[in-house]
Design a protein around this ligand. Structure first.
Ligand code: SF4
Length: 438
C-alpha cells in the first residue's frame, strides 16, 4: 500500500470524457496540479492519483464514465480517484458510491481539485463538493494545449437555452463568459508557448458577453489581432447567434479559418419546436447560404440528432430531405438518448431503438456523400496545412478549410504550417494523401 500522505512520486493520470471544453478544463487542472509537483503519468506508468473529468451528454455517456472509473480502479487500486465534470455534477451520489472514488467535485470546482486532494491526504475521508448548478456565476478560465498542436481557449460556459432534450444547463449552470482582455492575454501566452492554432470553445459561445455590452464579434475581432496565432476555429455556434456580421467579418479576417460548425439538430420545423430550439429551418438555410456566398470554400459541419421524441417517420423524411438540400460538408449524427429529468420525456411519440439505428445509418450515408462531394472539389489544390504527428510514423494535418491530409514529412515539421498539394482522396476514410510544396 502506498503512503497516501506524501505521494512520493507525485504522478497523476488524467482521463477526460466528452467535449473539447472538458479537454481544455482537464489541462487547466493538470497545470494547477503541476504547480504542486504532480507530473502527468507517462504511458503505462502507475499513478499516485487519478483525475477523471466526466461527461453526461447521454445515458451512454454516464455508463461510459462509470465503466472508466471502475476500470481505472481495477488497474490502479491504490490511487485515489478524483471525479469532476457534468456526470459528477448531476449524479454526485452515484459517483461517490463507486469504489475507488475519493473526491467528487462539481463542474465549477475543477480548479480546486488540487486543494481538495491536500485535504483528503490529511484525513482519507471521502470529499464531495457539488454546489447547485444554478448558484454557479463565476467564469473559470482555461486555455490548454490539446493532445496535438492546437490550443483550446474556453471563452464561455453554461447555457440559458434549456432545449428540451438537454441536461447541460443543469450540469454547467447559467451562461457566463470571460473578459476580452483576459482571453486575449491567454491567446498571447499560447502564442508565446509555440501555439499556432486556437479552437474557441464554450457551451453556447455565441452567447459570449451576455449581460455585458461586448459581444462574440468583439471578442473574435480582438483575438484576430493577437500576434503569433495564425489560425482560429470556432468550435460550434448556434445558428441564431451566428449573425451575418460574424460571417462577413470571418470572410475577411486575418486568422479565422474558413470553417464553421453549426448545430441543426433536426431538419423538421415541427421537431425543432418540440426541442425548443431558437430558430427554424428557413433561418438555418439562410445562414448556410450566406457562408457559401461569402466563403465558398468553407467547411461546414452540422450536428444532427436522429430519433428524437416526436420525430415521426414523416418528420424524419422531412429532416433528411432538408439536410440533403443544404450545401454543407459533413454531418455529426447523434442518435437521441433519453435523459431523466428532461422535458423531452413529456413528448408522446418515442422512436423504437431499431428505427433509431436505421435513421442513424441513413444520415451517416448522407454525411459521407456530402463529405465526398465537398472534398472532391479540392483534389489537386494547394492549401496551407498545420502539420502534426499522424498515426505511427506518418505526419498529418488539417487544411485551413478542415480537410484532413496524410503525408510523408520529417518529424521536425510538427507544428509548422506549410503548403500541401491534395493529391488524392482515400475512398475508405475520405482523407487526402498530400505532398508538401516547398
Ligand atoms: S443550446 Fe440547447 S443543446 Fe446546447 S447546451 Fe444549451 S440547452 Fe443544451
Amino acid at each position: 500500500m502506498i503512503d497516501r500522505s506524501t505521494f512520493a512520486t507525485r504522478v497523476a493520470l488524467y482521463h477526460t470524457l466528452g467535449c473539447k471544453l472538458n479537454f481544455a478544463e482537464t489541462s487547466a487542472v493538470a497545470q494547477i496540479m503541476a504547480q504542486r509537483g504532480f507530473r502527468s503519468a507517462a504511458k503505462g506508468e502507475v499513478p499516485d492519483v487519478i483525475v477523471v473529468n466526466t461527461c453526461s451528454v447521454t445515458e451512454l455517456a454516464d455508463k461510459k464514465c462509470r465503466q472508466t472509473i471502475r476500470s481505472l480502479h481495477r488497474r490502479y487500486p491504490d490511487a485515489p480517484i478524483l471525479v469532476t465534470g457534468c456526470y459528477a455534477q448531476l449524479k454526485s451520489e452515484e459517483v461517490a458510491g463507486i469504489e475507488g472514488v475519493a473526491i467528487v467535485a462539481g463542474s465549477n470546482q475543477k480548479l480546486q481539485l488540487a486543494q481538495y486532494l491536500d485535504e483528503w491526504m490529511q484525513t482519507h475521508q471521502p470529499i464531495s463538493i457539488v454546489p447547485e448548478a444554478k448558484s454557479i456565476t463565476e467564469f473559470q478560465p482555461s486555455c490548454a494545449r490539446g493532445d496535438r498542436t492546437r490550443y483550446f481557449l474556453k471563452v464561455q460556459d453554461g447555457c440559458d437555452y434549456w432545449c428540451t432534450y438537454c441536461t447541460i444547463p443543469k450540469a454547467r449552470g447559467r451562461s457566463r463568459s470571460g473578459s476580452i482582455q483576459d482571453l486575449c492575454q491567454q491567446a498571447q501566452q499560447a502564442a508565446e508557448a509555440g501555439g499556432k492554432e486556437i479552437v474557441i470553445t464554450g457551451v453556447n459561445i455565441g452567447d459570449f458577453g451576455k449581460g455585458r455590452p461586448d459581444t462574440f464579434l468583439d471578442l473574435i475581432r480582438a483575438l484576430d489581432e493577437v500576434d503569433g496565432i495564425e489560425r482560429y476555429r470556432i468550435s460550434s455556434i448556434e445558428p441564431n447567434l451566428l449573425t451575418d456580421e460574424i460571417i462577413d467579418w470571418c470572410a475577411q479576417s486575418r486568422a479565422f479559418m474558413p470553417h464553421f460548425h453549426i448545430p441543426l439538430q433536426s431538419g423538421s420545423d415541427q421537431v425543432l419546436k418540440l426541442m425548443h430550439r431558437h430558430y427554424d429551418t428557413a433561418l438555418f438555410r439562410e445562414k448556410i447560404m450566406r457562408i457559401r456566398e461569402r466563403i465558398p470554400d468553407a467547411f461546414i459541419g452540422v450536428d444532427l440528432i436522429v430519433g428524437a421524441r416526436g420525430e415521426t417517420p414523416q418528420l424524419f423524411a422531412e429532416s433528411k430531405a432538408f439536410v440533403e438540400s443544404l450545401p454543407i460538408s459533413r454531418l455529426h449524427v447523434f442518435p437521441y438518448s433519453e435523459r431523466p429529468g428532461t422535458r423531452a420525456l413529456e413528448i408522446d411519440y418515442a422512436v423504437p431503438i431499431e428505427e433509431k439505428r436505421k435513421r442513424d445509418q441513413a444520415m451517416l450515408r448522407v454525411s459521407d456523400a456530402k463529405l465526398k462531394a465537398f472534398s472532391e472539389q479540392f483534389i489537386g489544390a494547394v492549401r496551407p496545412v498545420l502539420i502534426e504527428r499522424g498515426h505511427g510514423k506518418s505526419m498529418a494535418g488539417f487544411t485551413d478549410n478542415y480537410l484532413r491530409v496524410n503525408l510523408d514529412l520529417p518529424l521536425d515539421f510538427d507544428n509548422r504550417i506549410v503548403n500541401v498539394r491534395l493529391d488524392s482522396l482515400n475512398p475508405e476514410n475520405l482523407e487526402f494523401n498530400g505532398t508538401h510544396i516547398p
